[in-house]
Structures are given as C-alpha cells and as structure tokens.
Write a protein that binds this ligand. Structure first.
Ligand SMILES: Nc1ncnc2c1ncn2[C@@H]1O[C@H](COP(=O)(O)OP(=O)(O)OP(=O)(O)O)[C@@H](O)[C@H]1O
Length: 260
C-alpha cells in the first residue's frame, strides 16, 4: 500500500517556489532517507508532505487519501529538526512523551492503561525509561532528541517522519535511535527521514532520494560509504559547508540521471 504519494509538487514560502517539481512514492514498510545539501529543500519537502507548507502545484496523497481531505493525523509521527522540549519547559520526560498520545486519546479523556503502557514502551525503546520522572531540561541534547522520538513512537504511528534526528547528537544517542527505528521498521512501520549522513542508520535505509535545488536529483539505493565521512564511527555530527559539498558530490545530479 502506498503511504505517501507526491506528484509533480511545487511548494515554498512567500510566493517563492522551493520545491519545483517533486515526485516521490513511499510504500508501506519502506525506509527512505532524504539527502541533499544545506538549503536544497529537504525540510520543505517533508513539511509539505505533513501539510505544514501549502502545495502550490501537483498533488499529495497520504494513505491513499488526498492530503486536503486526510484527517487520520494520528497515523503520522513527526520529529522536527530542532528540539524545543527542553528550553525552559518544566515538563518531565514522561509528560513530554505522553503528549504524543493526545491525538490518539483526545484532549479531554484522561490517560488510561494503554496510554501509560505506550509511554513506557516508547521510552524503553530509546533507552530512557529510567529518566521518566526527570525534568526534560536536565537531559543532554541527544537525550532530549531521543525523548522527541519516544513522543512520536508513543502515538503508535504507521509512518514516522524525522528531520535530521541525529544532527548534533552524541554517539550513544545515535545508537539508541538506530535501535528504536530498527524495531519500529521491523514491526512494519514506514519511515521517511532527512539525514545529513547515514551513519549508524545506514543498514536500515532501503532507499535514498537526493534533493537538489528543489528537485529529486537521484533516487535509488543508499550511497555506499565513501571514506571516513560516511562511516558509522565517524564522529562528525553537524553539517559544515565544505564537508557537505564533499559528502554530496557522489550523489549530485549527472547527465541522464532521473528521479526514477
Ligand atoms: N519558513 C520559511 N520561510 C521562508 N523561507 C524558508 C522557510 N523555511 C525554509 N526556507 C528557505 O527554503 C530553502 C530550503 O530550506 P530547507 O530548510 O527546506 O532546506 P534543507 O535542505 O532542509 O536545509 P538544511 O540541510 O540546512 O536543513 C532555503 O533557502 C530556506 O532559506
């Protein structure tokens, strides 16, 4: 079954197209990485799929339903690029993760046993169960990011959409992500994620699409590790312009290379 269909989509901000003609298909159980240079439109692509950026041309379907008529948002879990959960919010780790259940249980019904079990299971999956009662602001950046993954997992989504979940995250948290996402995929879950580098998630990635200047420049097997930059043990955790260029050149569009 098709989970996401993007057909000839143009979208952007303030009357300016960032995505120009994007076509992309994600089937149930797929794990698809979205790669590309800084500013190429990766975040805009997933935010457009999620309905956060309006579609100007073309069409998007989610679970077989046109996006404008789609209402089953609880089937999607979204982890945005930058964490906000820790910045001055006095909530505990457990409360942040429990907020991921709201779309499932509704705002005015108190949490039940199924909600509590889902929160525990999600925190266990990212290795943070013992921190459930700690204020989220006391966690490291990587642990806070894991908390957001747990929040998305707690909603028991069919599709997880993640925007650079491992950017700026320590190695232990990267391994915890890889484990949580591997279990989610093994359970039949579908994953669409923006990545700067594949790192420890590489074995999980079934397909990679490369965004270049608002278009899909390449879609296919994930690129082979090229040198130390792409190896799992490599400790570079955040984009730097020069390395970004070096890392992306093997996927840059070449003559005759099409989206599909
Ligand atoms: N809310 C916004 N309003 C106006 N322009 C935006 C907005 N968000 C992104 N842009 C612009 O859209 C372009 C693509 O940005 P986007 O965040 O999609 O790229 P990206 O590939 O995800 O980059 P990065 O790897 O740096 O996260 C950039 O030129 C950016 O400045």
């Amino acid at each position: 079954m098709s989970v996401v269909e993007v057909r000839h989509v143009a979208a952007g901000y303030d009357g300016r197209d960032i995505l120009r003609d994007v076509t992309l298909s994600v089937a149930s159980g797929d794990v698809v990485a979205v790669l590309g240079a800084n500013g190429s439109g990766k975040s805009t692509l997933i935010r457009t799929i999620l309905g956060l950026v309006p579609v100007r041309r073309g069409e998007i379907e989610l679970f077989g339903t046109p996006q404008r008529r789609f209402r089953q948002w609880a089937r999607l879990g979204y982890v945005p690029q930058r964490i906000g959960a820790g910045s001055g919010v006095p909530a505990t780790v457990g409360e942040v993760v429990a907020s991921g259940r709201l779309a499932r249980r509704g705002l005015f019904r108190p949490p039940g046993a199924a909600d509590r079990a889902a929160v525990h299971q999600a925190l266990d999956s990212v290795g943070l169960l013992e921190r459930i009662n700690d204020p989220v602001g006391t966690l490291s950046g990587g642990q806070q990011q894991r908390t957001l993954i747990a929040r998305a997992l707690a909603g028991k989504p069919d599709l997880l959409v993640l925007d650079e979940p491992t950017a700026g995250v320590d190695a232990a948290s990267q391994e915890a992500f890889a484990g949580a996402l591997t279990r989610f995929a093994a359970g039949g879950g579908t994953i669409l994620l923006v990545l700067h580098e594949l790192g420890p998630l590489r074995p999980l990635i079934g397909r990679a699409v490369v965004v270049h200047e608002g278009r899909i420049a390449h879609a296919g097997a994930p690129p082979e590790p090229a040198g130390h930059h792409a190896e799992p043990g490599h400790d570079h955790v955040h984009p730097h312009a020069d390395e970004e260029k070096a890392g992306i050149c093997e996927w840059a569009p070449t003559e005759g290379m099409n989206a599909f």
